[in-house]
Design a protein around this ligand. Structure first.
Ligand SMILES: *Cc1c(COP(=O)(O)O)cnc(C)c1O
Length: 378
């Protein structure tokens, strides 16, 4: 009964895919093309086909994917980039690294995704102040679920803003029956080991329908090179995905759909056991979507209740995590750049959200044990 529950179990996954994984790694060791080798090309083709995107350019991380996408648009000093206050730090870090200013937008209390009405208000307010020029909106597909893309596209088109999908957590999710990857002008994904499709180190990719953007991304990831090597057209970076990581990802891509289904079964068990539990709110679904279930986050009544549930679960051998303990505008690094006042929903979520274990190698029995422990603690 007390088989330990892991928050994430990369060893179990490795055992499941070991022969394919080793064959892929052996192939790279045989050809020794460690940078931009054939596995990188194959992976780009497979990812584009999977997401129904015209172009895929792999890069060195999800963060670098965001950065290359913004560099390609010339985003920098004096520009406002609108993004949710409740997300991972990288979303806000990239505009600052480029000299631009992140403008934090609140999120929806039920789905945790960007609040489009608040986005409209904040764009209007930045325009009225006349100091920063609005340039881009970054929609984040938080925890595996899609951002409200139809509404975000309408805002971006109406305001003439670049629309970037930070899909780092949610590759594999779908909206309106199609996989994420072409909801925005460009889509950034991450292969950090704990993401639904994870490498054995850092990695990322950009998807886009635009051949011009894809060509720019390829140039920027290799120091801004032109058609010939050592012709430098623009300031770029060293932002390529290693061939060994592409090999790992190709082995994992073969089982990705099965893993997404397994994550969905865990989520359904949590919903089933916790949906009616007092003092617990299970995650609301974004309409007409399928989640990649990167994270299954419940809301407790308040911070004290969260501490209690976390401690009870720890005692029962169940690890949990808090994504995110602070909204980004409350972080010491970002607070000095924030002039937009309170973001009440993001601030409140940070005090009482709690993530339960969810991964493809969690058994249904373990999921029931986790859910029962949450029920017993509330
Ligand atoms: C993980 C993550 C990133 C960054 O991806 P890395 O590959 O770790 O650089 C960016 N945005 C969000 C929302 C993420 O969760």
């Amino acid at each position: 009964m007390s088989e330990a529950v892991a928050f994430l179990d990369l060893k179990a996954q490795q055992r499941r895919i070991e022969p394919a994984l080793r064959a892929r790694l052996e192939a790279v060791l045989a050809h020794c093309q460690f940078v931009l080798g054939p596995e990188v090309v194959e992976l780009e083709q497979r990812l584009a086909a999977y997401a129904g995107a015209a172009h895929c350019v792999t890069v060195s991380s999800g963060t670098d994917a965001l950065q290359i996408a913004m560099m390609a648009e010339g985003i920098g000093r004096g520009h406002a980039v609108f993004l949710p206050a409740f997300t991972y730090t990288a979303t806000a870090e990239v505009p600052l690294v480029l000299g631009a200013t992140p403008v934090f937008v609140d999120v929806d209390p039920a789905t945790f995704q960007m609040d489009v009405e608040d986005l409209r208000r904040r764009i209007a307010s930045v325009r009225a102040q006349g100091v920063l020029r609005p340039r881009a909106v970054v929609g984040v597909d938080l925890f595996g679920q899609p951002a409200p893309w139809a509404a975000l596209r309408e805002v971006a088109e109406g305001e003439d803003l670049f629309l970037l999908d930070d899909c780092a957590q949610s590759f594999g999710a779908s909206l309106g029956g199609r996989k994420l990857g072409r909801e925005a002008d460009a889509t950034a994904i991450s292969f950090f080991p704990s993401k639904p499709l994870g490498a054995y180190g850092d990695g990322g990719a950009l998807l886009t329908q635009s051949a011009e953007r894809a060509a720019l991304y390829r140039s920027l990831r290799t120091h801004g090179e032109g058609a010939s090597r050592y012709e430098v057209l623009r300031t770029g970076m060293n932002g390529r995905l290693d061939t060994l990581q592409a090999a790992v990802l190709l082995a994992k891509l073969d089982v990705f759909e099965d893993e997404l289904a397994a994550r969905g079964r865990i989520a359904a068990i949590y919903d089933d056991v916790l949906g009616e539990a007092r003092g617990v709110r299970v995650p609301a679904r974004v309409p007409d979507s399928e989640s990649a279930w990167a994270i299954y986050a419940i809301l407790l009544a308040d911070g004290g209740a969260r501490d209690g549930v976390q401690a009870a679960l720890r005692a029962a051998g169940v690890p949990t995590a808090v994504y995110y303990p602070r909204a980004l505008h409350q972080q010491p690094a970002y607070a000095p750049h924030h002039t937009g006042g309170a973001l009440p929903v993001s601030e409140d979520l940070a005090t009482r959200i709690l993530a339960l274990p969810i991964h493809p190698d969690l058994s249904e029995g373990q999921a029931r044990r986790v859910a029962a422990a949450v029920r017993a603690a509330t």
